[in-house]
Design a protein around this ligand. Structure first.
Ligand code: HEC
Length: 100
């Protein structure tokens, strides 16, 4: 949609409103809340390495805690280095802030 970039944006926003669910086929910066923050940067970098970056409203804060623990195992299985404490703190801060 080269000719109507604003139209594209508007329809994404409408879809987001209608479904409460992100269009995760777009660049994460386009659908994540507070995407310009340092926490979001680390979240995008670390949680988008193997799959699209999940929208934080998918889960509750408690469920994110469990999910991140599962992802620690997925990292191990694939010989990814574990998250540093600093990275984990930022990711959990970001998820807690924007969870459903
Ligand atoms: C080393 C690769 C890897 C990294 C890095 C990774 N994931 Fe995943 N993720 C997976 C795999 C593989 C699956 C699909 C199977 C599964 O559920 O384990 C998955 C699935 C998911 C799902 C979808 C589960 C569902 O049922 O729809 C979510 C949400 C998720 N990851 C969140 C995260 C978050 C948050 C991070 C950052 C902390 C992260 N992932 C980092 C490998 C990874």
């Amino acid at each position: 949609m080269k000719i109507f970039p604003t139209l594209k944006y508007a329809s994404s926003a409408l879809l987001l409103l209608a479904t409460g669910c992100a269009l995760e086929t777009e660049k994460p910066q386009a659908y994540l809340p507070d995407a310009q923050t340092e926490e979001a940067r680390v979240y995008i970098e670390q949680c988008g390495a193997c799959h699209v970056v999940p929208h934080p409203q998918r889960l509750s804060a408690a469920a994110w805690k469990d999910m991140v623990a599962v992802m620690d195992r997925r990292r191990q299985e694939r010989d990814y280095p574990p998250l540093t404490e600093a990275q984990r703190k930022k990711i959990m801060f970001y998820l807690n802030e924007h969870a459903r």
